[in-house]
Design a protein around this ligand. Structure first.
Ligand SMILES: Cc1ncc(COP(=O)(O)O)c(C=O)c1O
Length: 370
């Protein structure tokens, strides 16, 4: 049996990319806010229902520059249950991460625990919509307003995700997206900052282009974080395909729900009816006592069958030496990180392949119990 991978990239048909490439070769405009870069920013604003977008060469640089644009100093409250880039972006800005525990049901930063971590040095909150599940923005924005803090959402997983029919990218002061190849929508590598005003977008645009104000003037200590024309064209060719790809992922998620919702020792992530997800991830929590085997044993059993699930997010950020000294008390995140396993989910996963994943999970437990 072929490898069953945790994800597979959304690739636009090659023949639909070629005309873009021919045009780029004609124009000879390869980067620096090119023709297709501008077009993709407009199309994404329309598709996502947001006012302004600045494209970046990846989500990590988008996040670093989003924080830089706010000219922050001091401590930033964030979650340890995320990808390393979230914490790295704080460190790259010479800010101090303060890790707060997560909610056991949503796996997102727990708003009830934020206020206890606020000090006179706190300048911002950086929550992550983990697996694209919306954070509790109502409570987070109330806390931020009360303490005069900025809120930057790491929405790397939340492309096209909605709550009550509205894009969750409108939450907070800024949101960042990742368009990495593994995400629901990709430009191979790429990312974006979603902002609310033209002034903010202009500043972000300058920061990603060395801080150039004009041909002869540099006003900010910027970086090179631009998305090139070939990747923007790939993004334009992919955009019309993303809805169908999300629908296919949703079908996979529904079948997993059916298979696992009543299995002792497996907890699935509860999805509210008012939330629309892009279904990039299908996490399950494996409770060794009730399921019979550990998460890692299940991972190994799947691998024996050529199925490659992933432990997102394990270890916790605060378990890396680099971040150990910022570690607070985060028992919920610690527990979930030891139990979580993300199962294969993508638009090309066939029913037969999914059935193999499901039966392997269920049989692993039975085989061990005998
Ligand atoms: C939560 C989170 N934040 C940030 C990033 C960084 O995005 P990129 O890989 O585009 O730099 C990722 C990437 O996987 C992520 O999962």
């Amino acid at each position: 049996m072929d490898k069953i991978t945790v994800t597979s990239p959304l690739l636009p048909p090659l023949e639909e990319v070629t005309p873009y490439l021919e045009d780029i070769w004609q124009r000879k405009w390869l980067t620096n806010s090119g023709y297709y870069h501008q077009q993709l920013e407009k199309e994404l604003c329309k598709y996502l229902g947001v006012p302004y977008i600045s494209l970046f060469s990846n989500g990590t640089l988008a996040l670093i520059i989003a924080l830089q644009s706010l000219e922050l100093k001091g401590e930033v409250i964030t979650t340890p249950y995320t990808f390393a880039a979230t914490a790295h972006a704080i460190k790259w800005n010479n800010l101090t991460p303060v890790f707060v525990d997560i909610d056991p049901n949503t796996f997102n930063l727990d708003p009830a625990k934020i206020e206890a971590a606020i000090t006179e040095k706190t300048c911002a909150i950086l929550p992550v919509h983990v697996y694209g599940m919306p954070c509790n923005d109502k409570l987070i924005s109330q806390i931020a307003a009360k303490h005069n803090l900025k809120v930057v959402y790491d929405a790397a997983h939340a492309f096209a995700n909605k709550e009550n029919g509205q894009s969750i990218l409108s939450y907070g002061d800024l949101s960042i997206l990742s368009f990495h190849a593994t995400k629901a929508y990709s430009t191979i590598e790429g990312g974006a900052v979603v902002c609310k005003t033209l002034e903010e977008k202009t500043k972000l645009d300058k920061l990603k282009n060395f801080g150039f104000e004009s041909e002869t003037e540099i006003s900010l200590c910027g970086m090179n974080a631009k998305l090139n024309e070939v990747q923007a064209a790939f993004g334009l060719a992919s955009l019309p395909k993303v809805d169908e790809s999300i629908r296919a992922r949703a079908r996979v998620a529904k079948l997993y729900d059916k298979a696992f919702s009543k299995v002792a020792g497996i907890k699935i992530l509860h999805r509210e009816n008012n939330v629309e997800l892009n279904h990039s991830y299908y996490p399950i929590l494996v409770d060794q006592e009730k399921f019979g085997i550990t998460r890692d044993k299940l991972l190994a059993k799947l691998q024996e069958k050529n199925i490659f699930a992933r432990r997102y997010f394990y270890p916790l950020i605060t378990e890396f030496d680099l971040y150990k000294r910022y570690c607070g008390l985060t028992p919920v995140a610690s527990d979930i990180s030891k139990k979580v396993l993300c199962l294969p989910i993508h638009a090309e996963l066939t029913l037969a392949e999914q059935e193999v994943v499901i039966s392997t999970v269920l049989l692993s437990r039975r085989a061990e119990k005998k």
